[in-house]
Every structure is written in C-alpha cells, then in structure tokens.
Design a protein around this ligand. Structure first.
Ligand SMILES: Nc1nc2c(ncn2[C@@H]2O[C@H](COP(=O)(O)OP(=O)(O)O)[C@@H](O)[C@H]2O)c(=O)[nH]1
Ligand SMILES: [Mg+2]
Length: 263
C-alpha cells in the first residue's frame, strides 16, 4: 500500500480542520479548537489502487516555528486553503506557498489552491475570478472553491493532490528509466594510464547525488488515527464540470459545478 503525506496549510479560521474532518470522517464540526494540530489517516482507492493517506491538519501556533519547516519537508502534497470571506487569509497564502517551494526546492510541488466557505455568499469578499488569477500566477495550480459545511468539492481537493503526487512519481520513474537506458546504451568507460578501467558507475558514486533526501516522518505523538476505507470515483482532469462526487439534489449539483474551477 502506498503511503502519502498531505499537509493542509492556511491562516487560522479558514476551515482547514472542518475540511479535513469532513474528508476523513464525513462530518462537519462547527466548533473545532483552532489551536489543535492533528494528523489523520484515511485509506482511499483511486483507479483500483489503494493509497494510505496521512493528513496533517496544521494550526496557527506552528506557523512561525521550525515545526512548519519540518512538516513541509515531509509533506508530499499541499492544500493551500483560504476563506472566500477573508482577504487576509489569501494574502497569507502567498508567503506560505513561497515557503513550500523554497523548502521543497522545486517548482513542481503537488498542491491545490482552495477557497473555502463558498457557501457564505453574503460574506464573500474574494471572487472566483480572484482565485483564478492567483492560480494563474502560481503556474495554473489547480483551484477549487469548497464548502466544508456542504461537503462541496471536499473529496475532490484531496484526490487532486494525490493524483498530482502519483503523476510526479510516474514522471520521475520515466526520467530515471531514461537515464538508466542512456547509461546502458552508451557505456562511458575509459582506460587510464595504468590500464585501469574507469566506469561511469564509479565516477557517479564520487559525485554529489541529485536525489532528494528521504522525507522525515511527521511528529505523530498526538495523532488520532482514523482509517476509513473509501472508494473515490475517478475524476477526469479534462472535464471540470463533470465532478463525480455524489450530491443529493439537482440544485446542489448546479451549485457544485459553479464552485469547481480546475485547469
Ligand atoms: N459557513 C461555513 N463555515 C465554515 C466552513 N468551514 C469552516 N467554517 C467555520 O469556520 C470555523 C473555523 O473552521 P476551522 O476548520 O476550525 O478553521 P481552521 O482554523 O482553519 O482549522 C468553524 O468553526 C466553522 O464555523 C464552511 O465551509 N462554511
Ligand atoms: Mg484547525
């Protein structure tokens, strides 16, 4: 079984815990302690493959500590959450994203931009277009508006990140296969002055490796473990309108389509 570590980031009060608990346990917790930082586990099935997710729901208290650096290092995919009712929460995401890219030392980090509380239409201060603009600036990071309250696009944001991780891994495998292939097809051997044969293999060992260090495990000392077996329907990234998560009424379906913006 594959083990994927996801990290939910964002300002306090944007709905990180509500989204996480809604995804993992299928319930909406209206009164969740904003200082609690927890890790959850959930098993999901995507394209007939089972993935064990470890989801870290971060809290404001760790925003400016070394802890954050640690969990960003060990995270494989990131949900960057703001509230559509809070401009400052979107501003805060800019710095968070910068940190993620810097710490991961890559511009291809699996992540989604999430505008939560989309159900609060009267209190909205950030439009869908604003979200799209940020996502474009971020190199077309997939962007969704969600409602933890209505369970709208909740599964979708988590599954999107997992799919990005899978894609990244596959690309890395293809790249390393190609590298191995080229090494095999053109063996670089040379005969030294004393007749010794120097191979590419040997010289590789002495040069600095470009492989990333293995992720450190998250601090799980306070972790409640929730393992739920769920089969999530496949979502086509080419058809943003055809969101596959079940909804009860036609009206909800219509609303959901409007809320989901995927590039
Ligand atoms: N209307 C609405 N309220 C939400 C939603 N998500 C969270 N909230 C509210 O925002 C509060 C803070 O959410 P929480 O998940 O604790 O935020 P966190 O600090 O980012 O973890 C909750 O107590 C809810 O009252 C949502 O989708 N819709
Ligand atoms: Mg919280």
């Amino acid at each position: 079984m594959r083990d994927y570590k996801l990290v939910v980031l964002g300002a306090g009060g944007v709905g990180k815990s509500c989204l996480t608990v809604q995804f993992v346990q299928g319930v909406y917790l209206d009164t969740y302690d904003p200082t609690i930082e927890d890790s959850y586990r959930k098993t999901i099935e995507i394209d007939n493959k089972v993935f064990d997710l470890e989801i870290l729901d971060t809290a404001g208290v760790a925003q400016f500590t070394a802890m954050r650096e640690l969990y960003i290092k060990s995270g494989m995919g990131f949900l960057l959450v703001y509230s559509v009712t809070d401009q400052r929460s979107l501003d805060e995401l800019m710095e968070l994203r910068e940190q993620v890219l810097r710490i991961k030392d890559s511009d291809k980090v699996p992540m989604v931009l999430v505008g939560n509380k989309a159900d609060l239409t009267d209190e909205r201060v950030i439009s869908v277009e604003d979200g799209i603009e940020i996502s474009s600036k971020w190199g077309k990071v997939p962007f969704y508006e969600t409602s933890a309250l209505l369970r709208s696009n909740v599964d979708e944001v988590f599954v999107d990140v997992v799919r990005q991780i899978i894609r990244n891994e596959m690309e890395n495998v293809v790249k390393s296969d190609a590298r191995n292939q080229s090494t095999k097809s053109s063996p670089s051997t040379s005969v030294g002055p004393n007749g010794n044969i120097a191979s590419t293999e040997n010289s590789k060992k002495s040069s600095p490796t470009t492989d990333k260090p293995r992720s450190k495990p998250l601090n799980t000392s306070r972790r409640p473990t929730e393992t739920v077996k769920t089969t999530l329907p496949k979502r086509s990234t080419n058809s943003p309108g055809k969101s596959s998560s079940p909804v009860s009424s036609k009206q909800k379906k219509k609303k959901k389509r409007n809320l989901c913006v995927i590039f």
